[in-house]
Design a protein around this ligand. Structure first.
Ligand SMILES: Cc1cc2ncn([C@H]3O[C@H](COP(=O)(O)O)[C@@H](O)[C@H]3O)c2cc1C
Ligand SMILES: O=C(O)c1cccnc1
Length: 349
């Protein structure tokens, strides 16, 4: 059996009984019923995933998957392709946005080269898992073969399996890949059948003319390949990205290993979408970190029934929003673990 199939076979729903039992404990804390708002729902689901009323929230690891995109040669990004490689070195030196925010949150950043057009030397914090040196331009040919798409998914699944063996309590996703808002928009447009213009935005900051061109290129790619929305692997292969496949695999693997996974912004949610389309219970394990500025993000979140934790107008990716949301999730779990009950505090309910 393949790694993908065995991970799919291990995924079960998160127990609604356990969620209700945890909520009953929260209802006994010294506060008006429901007064801690969404922190309560976050804590209840987190505890139910962990199968423990006093769950661990650490160690926390953010996997930032990096890959290049053939479609960049069409001018879909405000930045050159080389930035993907340069940013990998920045991550490894600890200087990128995700490094700063992960340090603040007490999370470790691990970078995964799953598809960068550069040969990296081994380095601490870098996983060398290259499937290909970037995708192909999907306006001309399939971005990946089906085999490459499955290999990318299995990179993420294997990392989640290893994280479980290491005792990692909470996972986060991140992305780095110049051009990757384009495949992310293509994925949500193909899945929902909505107009491409409604889910395509400025990414790194393209102007109006480049945005119109980006929309036309996605429409052309979808018309050429006609990806099957009922076959998420086909969709990933035809118009996706290697890092999006890795993220999808990590999210799937997190669900298979019963680890809560904090999904970052637009690109990460495209990966989470692929995972959720592959198995209906994956979404039980997903915490949506934040609402991205990218206009297609809300539609992605609706598709997986996820409400974003934060809205800070972020549009960076890398795992920056995931790092920040991990702090909120940890705070929610501390309420469950540390806040006094009415009985303990001698407060009249
Ligand atoms: C310096 C720099 C650092 C980044 N970190 C994340 N992104 C983000 O921007 C890119 C997606 O936008 P588009 O589709 O328009 O290329 C991805 O690399 C994403 O991770 C960055 C972009 C830049 C320029
Ligand atoms: O929301 C994101 O993850 C995002 C948006 C724009 C560019 N890069 C990332």
């Amino acid at each position: 059996m393949t790694l993908l199939q065995s991970a799919l076979d291990r995924i079960t729903p998160v127990s609604s009984d356990l969620i209700a039992q945890t909520q009953a404990r929260l209802d006994n804390k010294t506060k008006p019923l429901g007064a801690l708002g969404r922190l309560e729902e976050i804590a209840a689901r987190y505890a139910a995933i962990a199968g423990n009323f006093a769950p661990e929230t650490g160690p926390k690891v953010i996997y930032t998957f990096a890959g290049d995109h053939g479609i960049v040669e069409e001018g879909v990004s405000a930045c050159p392709k080389e930035v993907t490689t340069q940013m990998v070195f920045n991550f490894l030196r600890g200087g990128a946005g995700v490094n700063v925010l992960a340090r603040h949150a007490g999370a470790e950043v691990r970078v995964v080269d799953i598809g960068v057009d550069h040969e990296f030397e081994p380095a601490p914090g870098l996983h060398l898992c290259k499937v290909a040196r970037g995708t192909r331009n999907f306006t001309k040919e399939s971005a990946m073969t089906r085999e490459e798409a499955i290999a990318a998914l299995e990179v993420g699944i294997a990392l989640a399996d290893r994280a479980k063996a290491e005792g990692i309590a909470m996972l986060g996703t991140g992305d780095m890949g110049i051009g990757n808002t384009t495949p992310s928009s293509a994925i949500i447009a193909a899945l929902t059948g909505c107009p491409v213009a409604e889910v395509t935005h400025r990414g790194t900051g393209i102007d109006d003319a480049a945005l119109q061109k980006k929309i036309g290129l996605i429409e052309a790619g979808l018309a050429l390949h006609r990806p099957d929305p009922a076959d998420p692997v086909d969709l990933l292969a035809k118009v996706g990205g290697l890092e999006i496949g890795g993220i999808a695999g990590l999210v799937l693997g997190a669900a298979a290993n019963r680890i809560p996974v904090v999904v970052d912004g637009f690109i990460s949610t495209a990966g989470a979408l692929i995972a959720c389309e592959l198995h209906p219970n994956v979404k039980d394990y997903v915490f949506a970190a934040h609402a991205s500025v990218e206009i297609g993000h809300r539609r992605m979140l609706q598709r997986i029934d996820a409400e974003p934790i934060l809205d800070l107008q972020l549009r960076l990716g890398e795992g920056t929003g995931a790092a920040l949301a991990m702090g909120i999730i940890e705070a929610a779990v501390k309420i469950l673990k540390e806040m006094a009950t009415f009985a303990e505090a001698g407060v009249t309910p």
